[in-house]
Design a protein around this ligand. Sequence first.
Ligand SMILES: Nc1ncnc2c1ncn2[C@@H]1O[C@H](COP(=O)(O)OP(=O)(O)OP(=O)(O)O)[C@@H](O)[C@H]1O
Ligand SMILES: [Mg+2]
Length: 360
Amino acid sequence: MQNSVSIKDLSLNFGAVNVLENLNLDIGDGEFLVLLGSSGCGKSTLLNCIAGLLEPTGGQVFIKNKNVTWEEPKDRGIGMVFQSYALYPQMTVEKNLSFGLQVAKVPKPEIDKRIARAAEILQIGPLLKRKPSELSGGQRQRVAIGRALVRDVDVFLFDEPLSNLDAKLRSELRVEIKRLHQSLKNTMVYVTHDQIEALTLADRIAIMKSGVIQQLADPNTIYNAPKNMFVAGFIGSPSMNFLRGEIAARDGRPVFATNGVDFALDGYRALDLLQPGRNVVLGVRPEHVAVNAEGIETHKATVDIEEPMGADNLLWLRHAGHTLSVRVGGARRFAPGTAVTLAFDMGLASLFDAQTEERI
Ligand SMILES: Nc1ncnc2c1ncn2[C@@H]1O[C@H](COP(=O)(O)OP(=O)(O)OP(=O)(O)O)[C@@H](O)[C@H]1O
Ligand SMILES: [Mg+2]
């Protein structure tokens, strides 16, 4: 795959604070890449370096194989959509869309054609004569996306475009952004701290912590084979259960021993790396715990709390000094205090080294 955006050894500091240090990232042509991480980790800083709104302290940025490190934002072939829509309040929607093109001296028939196309894709045709104050938040954000769309750019950069919207609008517009990418097939770099947006939209997710990319992979890999405990704990709601313990040998087979209880590790993908005595953390997602399952090794537990959520029922179980979150079907109800059994699907579990926190 040809690269659309390449970031080479990028560094940026604000005074004495290093926000990015020797960061490398290649984004494929037509790829939807999501930069995911908590507040302050450097997502916007990285995006703004790609856009040319921030000057890096070191390193280079390439767009379509051209070194644009010192180019003006307008010459980079990018369109940017921000969290705040930043529309011109005194102009109609149509004028907001056409203004930049008029300044760039694009001929009128071409402007009309591009606006008609953007209006159709984003379903804002009926709104063209209105002013931003006469639009809902979701409609305003659609216009802001339209303004990037009419510029006919190679790369779209989004900085948390949905975070000012309420939950319902956010999920609606998320689907529209996905549809937009499916039809345009442009390269998109999308910043968010919302893991659902990342998992649903991305071809690949770059998950960041303190300016460092922790893992760069497709959503399925990030979810099921997280590289370390940070990634494992960041993705998934409720969070993955973490149990501290150590590897022990029982009848020549490795088991996970925690608080006086042993769990067989049959089915774990890297049994040969599990030397007895190694301190580890077992990570199990709530949906990978079986409750009252028959025919497999089970452990006694007690239901502490249940949180029915319609389609799912979330149980909080007490087991050997641990509290575990467990997801079962919405029809399976358990009164607090009920005695149950639990079993882990070790084929889907993760073991982390207790010191390095890397996945084994
Ligand atoms: N102009 C600036 N001067 C000094 N420090 C800054 C400046 N801009 C950002 N920072 C710092 O750089 C770090 C990264 O900021 P950045 O805006 O990239 O975070 P972010 O991941 O986009 O967070 P958020 O999700 O809150 O938008 C933060 O610690 C922030 O305080
Ligand atoms: Mg930001």
